[in-house]
Write a protein that binds this ligand. Structure first.
Ligand code: VAH
Length: 344
């Protein structure tokens, strides 16, 4: 094992050299391709990374026709993760160094169309991992608290423990974690993966189980009431998108030597719908919340309540910044702005 690790590190050193062509003592920024760019994280992630590496160095991609403001922000191209040749063409033509693979069907939506989730989440993963190996890309794939199941310890859930998820989303994410680690040990692929909690951002929700914590802001701001599909005391780990993107970016920049794992838990906080609505009540005093749990309750009941991210804190200095009070303040502001901009 030691020897294998050493060999992997050697090939990473070569990778990093290829990625950062040294130019008069300065490192050239990496060229980054983001798949699933019009999902929950893509647009914000592109903005964040463009701020760091330059507008032209971050290419957003998806199979969906973008809104004009997305195109205004920087390069946007068509990329179908199920089309391997098409992906090869993009990597070559744009000289891609890093791949951020966001394409996936989330937990609740995945249960409604399992064959599609298998294609997108599992076949798509096969394509991008093989692509990353072929072109020696650094590849980031998000995993999730959904990669755990009812047999996992829930409070807290450590980095390494039993993982027997009961959703196709969770199964596909465990598969992604394992195949990524396998490619690292076998081929020296620079695979990196963070298990995110529910990520809270101002864009309208996209078929996740943790998305009540987004929908609640949209509905309370627009109508003053919200019907929650989880019970009031359902505790889940969460983080604001600002923390999620900072975690992603800091993790991507961490030298391989510091990483003891390819897959890390990260989180900022844990709360229940009741605790969240109590905080929102400071901004919307007459709010009305009703609870009608549906099949998403079973999913939430099988997931971690409190996520242990001590290994990420130890190895690459991860530290959340946005707590529940800040999260509510940010969301109240950001969702109001979004609603005003979209004329809803
Ligand atoms: C979901 N938001 O609910 C996603 C996430 C933490 C869970 O991966 O499906």
């Amino acid at each position: 094992m030691m020897l294998l690790r050493k060999m992997c590190r050697t090939s990473h050193a070569i990778n990093i050299y290829r990625t950062y062509s040294v130019n008069g003592g300065k490192q050239a920024p990496p060229k980054i391709l983001i798949t699933g760019g019009l999902g929950q994280l893509g647009v914000e992630c592109a903005k964040y990374l463009r701020g760091k590496y330059g507008r032209e160095n971050v290419i957003l991609s998806d199979i969906i026709k973008p809104m004009p403001d997305v195109v205004k922000d920087g390069p946007y191209i068509f990329a179908d993760i199920l089309d391997f040749k098409g992906l090869q063409k993009i990597v070559v033509n744009h000289r891609v160094d890093w791949l951020i693979h966001f394409s996936a069907l989330l937990s609740a939506i995945g249960e409604q169309n399992v064959p599609l989730a298998v294609r997108v989440n599992i076949e798509g993963m096969h394509n991008v991992i093989e692509l990353a190996k072929q072109y020696k890309l650094r590849i980031f794939v998000p995993s999730t608290i959904g990669a755990f199941g009812p047999d996992s310890p829930r409070n807290p859930t450590p980095n390494i423990t039993v993982q027997r998820p009961r959703t196709i989303y969770g199964v596909s994410k465990v598969h992604a974690e394992l195949i990524g680690e396998y490619y690292f040990y076998k081929f020296g692929l620079d695979f990196r993966c963070l298990r995110f909690p529910g990520v809270i951002s101002s864009d309208p929700p996209g078929g996740g189980t943790t998305d009540y914590a987004i929908a609640i802001f949209h509905d309370l701001i627009r109508k003053g009431n919200y019907e929650c599909y989880l019970k009031p005391d359902t505790r889940l780990p969460m983080m604001h998108v600002r923390d999620a993107l900072r975690a992603l970016s800091e993790f991507l920049e961490t030298p391989n030597e510091l990483l003891n794992r390819r897959v890390y838990n990260v989180t900022s906080m844990s709360f229940t719908p009741e605790e969240l609505s109590d905080k929102i009540a400071k901004y919307v005093p007459d709010l009305k919340i009703t609870y009608r749990p549906d099949s998403r309750q079973d999913i939430a009941d099988s997931w971690p309540q409190v996520f242990d991210d001590s290994e990420a804190r130890r190895d690459w200095n991860w530290k959340p910044e946005v707590n529940l009070d800040n999260l509510v303040a940010l969301m109240m502001k950001e969702v109001k702005e979004k609603i005003a901009a979209n004329g809803l």
